[in-house]
Ligand binder design. Structure first.
Ligand SMILES: Nc1ncnc2c1ncn2[C@@H]1O[C@H](COP(=O)(O)OP(=O)(O)OP(=O)(O)O)[C@@H](O)[C@H]1O
Length: 411
């Protein structure tokens, strides 16, 4: 047995004492530890904590760091976290793109925009629409589709179809039932339906999220590999400030934001055809996101859109979102950024160490990774011999479903 194996064994023994806080199991029994790599006293623990919520996952990472740090001969510890890959969600993975439509508050026209966006995109793409709005699933009535839902040969729920577009909604499952769902139950119902629906389209999936930024929204967005979210707002000052906070919250939670759709931006008079702006011009000043489209208040949007055939008022919406999707897959970072995507664990750490140690106090450090790099903070702390709180700012954002960017400054 080599010296490295011995250290690895000692780390493993110590980690056995770390428990899954939600079930009385060791982190090994819970399947959290995928690999332990030891390289000259530097320990890298590869983990899969995707079954845990954010806070519990962080708690387990901290407990592992402390346990491994206590082992004699360990000089540094790094915990790497895998995230659910698109491949884990076979049916959703078939889509080239997944776009979610969200809003800070209810009633701003989110479902109208989601349905019209799906129909607009359907002119040039093979599109499906998923209505995840558990508490008010109104896509079926908007598109005039109804159940019952049939099963595929494999027993999975088959969406209903309109004009070649698959539509699935929690509202199609059981009359009235979704309205009574709350919290975890609502999330599980959406998650199950999302994971099992047998889609027949495969270019773009549009997801109509519940309004707000509650648990169902954040968990769905973290579990489903969305390319980005379009946030629908009205141009009222108050609505825009709420929307600005929602955009920030999505970014803080690693959800890429494609931009905003400003709904009911103007009213075009039915009699004279004259457009009238409905809200103050400077209302959008607070928004730190591109405006993808401004949609007028018009009766034509109170009808039923058809795949490939939408009212002129939203004619540009599909093209604007398609364009945003093209750049959503790329990460823009400074040339000096350290890119560890696709690198083996030991090399990743070495690259980070080298680049970080070459910096002076006050220098900016940018890291691009194909995993959530939040735990790298502890490693940087050890390199700089400074507590994690000394790193200000310390920002992690998910730039695309597969790329994370960490930005900080060496203390
Ligand atoms: N641009 C528009 N022009 C005219 N009417 C609109 C427009 N946008 C939305 N509406 C109308 O406003 C109402 C609310 O729209 P919608 O259901 O899309 O909102 P929502 O944000 O999805 O609401 P919820 O929070 O209930 O999910 C609907 O009656 C819809 O027809």
């Amino acid at each position: 047995m080599s010296q490295h194996d011995t250290l690895s064994d000692r780390v493993e023994a110590q980690l056995r004492a770390v428990r899954d806080p939600q079930a009385d199991l060791s982190v090994f029994e819970a399947g959290f530890v995928e690999d332990i790599a030891v390289d000259d006293g530097a320990v890298t623990i590869e983990t899969d904590l995707t079954s845990l919520d954010g806070d519990t996952g962080t708690e387990v990472v901290q407990a592992m760091l402390r346990a491994a740090d206590d082992v004699d001969g360990v000089e540094s510890v790094h915990v790497e976290r895998t995230t659910p890959s698109a491949a884990d969600r076979a049916s959703v993975a078939a889509f080239d793109h997944v776009v979610a439509v969200a809003s800070a508050k209810g009633g701003v026209g989110k479902s109208t925009v989601a349905a019209n966006l799906a129909c607009a995109l359907a002119a040039a793409n093979d599109v499906a629409l998923f209505d995840a709005d558990v508490h008010g699933p109104n896509v079926p009535s908007l598109l005039e589709v109804s159940g019952p839902i049939h099963s595929s040969d494999e027993g999975d729920p088959l969406p209903v179809r309109t004009g070649g577009m698959d539509v699935m909604s929690v509202g199609l499952m059981e009359d009235g039932a979704p309205l009574a769902w709350r919290g975890a139950m609502a999330h599980d119902a959406v998650d199950d339906l999302f994971a099992t629906t047998a889609w027949r389209n495969d270019d773009v999936l549009v997801v109509d999220l519940p309004p707000g930024t509650g648990d169902v929204v954040l968990t769905t967005l973290q579990e489903v590999p969305v390319d980005g979210v379009c946030v629908v707002t009205t141009p009222f000052h108050a609505a825009v400030s709420d929307t600005a906070r929602t955009v920030e919250l999505f970014r803080d939670n690693g959800v890429p934001v494609l931009g905003t759709v400003v709904n009911m931006a103007e009213y075009v008079c039915d009699c004279c055809g004259e457009p009238n702006a409905l809200f103050a011009e400077d209302a959008l000043g607070d928004l730190d996101a591109p405006v993808l489209a401004e949609v007028p208040f018009t009766k034509s949007l109170q009808g039923t859109p058809r795949p490939g055939d939408v009212p002129a008022a939203v004619a540009d919406l599909g093209a604007a979102v398609s364009e945003a999707l093209e750049t959503a897959g790329t990460v823009s970072v400074p040339e000096s950024a350290v890119d560890i995507r696709g690198r083996p664990p030991a090399e990743r750490k070495e690259r980070v160490r080298e680049a970080f140690q070459a910096l002076g106090s006050g220098d900016e450090f940018t890291l691009v990774s194909d995993r959530d790099p939040t735990p790298v903070g502890a490693f940087l702390g050890r390199l700089a011999d400074a507590p994690r709180e000394a790193f200000d700012p310390f920002e992690v954002r998910r730039a695309t479903p597969e790329d994370w960017v960490l930005e900080t400054v060496r203390p």
